[in-house]
Design a protein around this ligand. Structure first.
Ligand SMILES: C[C@H](N)C(=O)N[C@@H](Cc1c[nH]cn1)C(=O)O
Ligand SMILES: [Zn+2]
Ligand SMILES: [Zn+2]
Length: 477
């Protein structure tokens, strides 16, 4: 029998303003994991989550992860783990999310202060972390509160695992999950992660695959310090000149990776797989809308979705040490470090990819016959993941989508990466479902990141409804 979700849904609507206040408080904490001097704010954000969970009656622990590898002066932020309910007659669902965010500054071009939640007349709630991943994490807390205030029995036991280093490669978390799989997480019957996005703006989706991410630094250094280009230009070999030439050998304008051997690692397309793309509700217009331009590589939806989901891509992110401010500083930087990443897919092996990257950059650098010094390193890697969506965890979520949004969800893969997904799957041996809250226009990682009020409030209903359907779903697989 379908659960009666009306009292819970009504309560979510009643509490919607206080849920937005909760998000406002969370966005105000600049928990940027990549910036050392923001580490105290990441820790503060973990404390905020822990205290919100405690006030909802959950048993909470903040577990230390030790020193940050390579930056031993810094403690990693704690993992916030919590248990809400311990009824042996109920299923136990483990939910994961992250409370750290990508860097953001008004000088990057934000229209509003990135750490002040700003809601416009269309209900777009702007702020760093609103969609990635503070809104979805708070969605679980909101669902607990709405059950309590509506007097509706919470349908499952909930285990939470919220980390503070996801945007920096989930440092330290794999070992923690493996250690706790048969301890704190041992009762989990299934896992749910809300940390990705719908394909468009109207139709929810359930996600069964992710690309992996190998993140590299390529440093070129020469002079002992930055130089005056009038005094030294034409007399010293310049690191930036070498680096720009190296970066240009990685990828072309149409996104083809130029590193020999990389594309040979990709699993061939099967006939069965080709049929998956046509029924997906996605148009090139959707892509143009979320991109904010028509500068797309592929002409049609099938090739675009394949490029995002099942082929690797290489993106060049920036150059540390380079002059990048407005104005016309005539400097020769002494050391510049290019940052690029490769999104990986089945069957790419991380160590093989790294070996090919090293060989390629070393050989291209040799061709320059430069007296400068090259240093290539892997900053972090996270594996791709593809699972079976034929599991009660997915059928429960599909019913919840139908109940809240009135449509059948699309079954999607995600171009982004959530490195711990496969760790949860392997360590617990349980099915993992990705159940996104945000939409394709949310601009995660970009300027003007936002979460629509509708996605947050209906998304809170979705997370709660999923827990009810999961409680009732018969076992399969
Ligand atoms: C999809 C998820 N919300 C996300 O943004 N993941 C990051 C993970 C990552 C990998 N390296 C650094 N961060 C992403 O896909 O970039
Ligand atoms: Zn992210
Ligand atoms: Zn995220």
């Amino acid at each position: 029998m379908a659960p009666n979700l009306e009292p819970f849904f009504k309560q979510v609507d009643t509490l919607s303003e206080s849920f937005i206040e909760r998000l406002r408080k969370a966005v105000a904490i600049p928990s940027i994991s990549a910036e050392d001097d923001r580490r105290k704010d990441v820790v503060r954000m973990g404390q905020f989550l822990a205290s919100e969970l405690e006030s909802l009656g959950a048993e909470v622990q903040q577990r230390p992860l030790g020193k940050q590898p390579g930056k031993e002066h810094l403690e990693l932020p704690p993992v916030v783990i919590a248990r809400y309910g311990s009824d042996v007659n109920k299923r136990t669902i483990l939910v994961y999310g992250h409370y750290d965010v990508q860097p953001a500054g008004i000088e990057d071009g934000w229209a509003t202060d990135p750490f002040k939640l700003t809601v416009d007349e269309k209900g777009r709630m702007y702020g760093r972390g609103s969609t990635d991943d503070k809104g979805p994490v708070l969605g679980w807390l909101n669902a607990i509160e709405a059950h309590q205030k509506a007097g509706v029995d919470f349908p499952v036991n909930l285990l939470c695992c919220f980390e503070g280093m996801e945007e920096y490669g989930s440092e330290g978390l794999d070992d923690f999950i493996n250690d706790e799989a048969q301890k704190f997480f041992k009762d989990a019957d299934a896992v749910c992660i809300s940390d990705n996005y719908w394909l468009g703006t109207e139709k929810p989706c359930l996600t069964y695959g992710l690309r992996g991410c190998n993140y590299y630094s390529v440093a070129v250094s020469g002079p002992g310090q930055d130089l005056h280009s009038g005094v030294f230009g034409g007399t010293a070999q310049e690191p930036m000149t070498d680096l720009v030439r190296l970066l240009s050998t990685l990828v072309n304008t149409d996104g083809q990776i130029l590193i020999p051997g990389i594309n040979d690692l990709v699993a061939p397309i099967t006939e069965e797989e080709k049929k998956l793309y046509a029924p997906i509700s996605f148009t090139m217009a959707n892509l143009h809308e979320s991109l904010g331009s028509k500068t797309t590589i592929h002409p049609d939806k099938e090739r675009t979705l394949m490029a995002r989901w099942r082929f690797p891509s290489l993106s060049i992110h920036g150059i540390e040490g380079a002059f990048s401010a407005p104005g016309a500083k005539t400097v020769i930087p002494a050391k510049v470090t290019g940052k690029f990443s490769i999104r990986t897919v089945p069957d790419m092996d991380s160590a093989t990819v790294t070996d090919l990257v090293h060989r390629h950059l070393t050989s291209e650098f040799a061709k320059l016959a430069s007296k400068n010094t090259l240093d290539v390193s892997l900053q972090h890697d996270g594996k791709w993941w593809v699972a079976s969506p034929r599991h009660w965890n997915f059928s429960a979520a599909a019913k919840a989508v139908k109940e809240v949004f009135g449509v059948e969800p699309d079954m999607t893969r995600e171009g982004g990466s959530i490195p711990v997904t496969i760790t949860f799957e392997q360590a617990t041996g349980k099915n993992v479902l990705l159940l996104p809250m945000g939409s394709s226009t949310d601009a995660a990682h970009s300027i003007n990141e936002k979460l629509d009020r509708r996605n947050y409030i209906e998304g809170t209903k979705l997370l709660g409804a999923y827990l009810h359907y999961v409680a009732e779903e018969p076992m399969s697989e």
